[in-house]
Design a protein around this ligand. Structure first.
Ligand code: ADP
Length: 295
């Protein structure tokens, strides 16, 4: 028995592996740090290494089924490396997900260009409407993907609105903020550009970007939906941004519409509200200055 992994999870993983890889045995487990929510690590077996995450099932219902579905959506067009999920489900009072283990190699010379070109290809995958056929999570918070025909409606009603309400309900903001957002919404019609819904990773920050065994980019831990690709850009820029070669090669492969710089802060409102709800008041200042900029 591996003492680090709950026995229910071990049994479920073993049983699953036995069905696909007869006589496989679990050898060792070591925790991997860097995640915000779950216990996670490298599971060594006689059939190779796997990445295993788990948490208490009641806490975040269907979190890993949603993660599996998100990773499958991103893998399907086969344009960028995404770990393959073997299984996800419940084991006693736990839920878990088992996937391909991404082993790091030294970073490739064109890593950032590859990321730009490949993300641009991913964003060319489109759908009839904004949203997704099921809700998922952004970090540990529920994320509504109810579908809309117009980007602006999706952005207001499924992204800003629910996070704002949560911040208000949990006393993180006072009523004046609700009024400030109500004042901003009508202006968004002239500020935001319209585009076809693009397949987005949805939570693309440096913690969810990995280097794979070829030294190339690999994306993990998504919050997938079909949205405006400028959301993805704004998310990458929030905490210092990616290497400039990424933005240049993306823009060459799939140019953004003119005026993105004027819209970036508006898109940043969503991850900032999420951070306010997850981590507390230190994000209020940034939100406040964006609201004042557009008031
Ligand atoms: P959480 O859901 O708790 O946020 P993550 O999915 O972000 O956890 O995983 C935690 C860390 O584990 C990541 O920051 C990354 O470094 C690493 N990781 C994620 N997926 C894999 C994988 N398939 N193989 C190897 N390491 C991974």
């Amino acid at each position: 028995m591996l003492t680090e992994v709950p026995s229910e999870v071990q049994q479920a993983v073993s049983a699953f592996l036995q069905t696909t890889m007869p006589s496989v045995a679990l050898k060792d487990f070591s925790f991997v740090s860097g995640g915000c929510i779950n216990s996670a690590g490298k599971l060594k077996t006689t059939a190779g290494d796997f990445f295993l995450k788990w948490n208490l099932a009641g806490k975040y219902p269907r979190m890993f089924e949603n993660e599996r579905s998100g990773l499958q959506h991103l893998r399907q067009p086969a344009v960028i490396d995404i770990p393959e999920v073997l299984t996800a489900g419940q084991a006693g009072s736990f839920q878990f997900i088992l996937m391909e283990f991404i082993a790091k190699a030294p970073i490739a010379k064109r890593y950032w260009e590859m990321l730009g070109e490949r993300l641009a290809q991913l964003h060319r995958v489109t759908a009839a409407r904004f949203g997704l056929d099921h809700d998922n999570y952004i970090g540990s918070l529920p994320q509504s993907n109810a579908q809309h025909d117009a980007w602006i409606d999706f952005f207001i009603h499924e992204r800003l609105g629910p996070q704002l309400q949560l911040a208000y309900n949990t006393h993180r903001i006072d009523p004046s903020w609700l009024h400030a957002f109500e004042g901003l919404y009508p202006k968004l019609r002239s500020l935001l550009s319209d585009e076809k819904p693009a397949l987005l990773h949805g939570d693309l920050w440096s913690g969810n970007l990995m280097v794979n065994e070829k030294g190339e980019p690999c994306l993990v831990d998504p919050a997938v939906y079909f949205g405006h690709r400028e959301m993805e850009w704004a998310m990458t820029k929030l905490f210092g941004g990616f290497h400039e070669a990424f933005y240049a090669s993306y823009h060459q492969a799939f140019p953004l519409q003119p005026g993105y710089d004027d819209r970036e802060d508006i898109y940043t409102l969503y991850p900032l509200l999420v951070h306010l709800n997850l981590f507390g008041a230190s994000y209020k200042l940034s939100l406040d200055s964006i609201l004042r900029k557009y008031s």
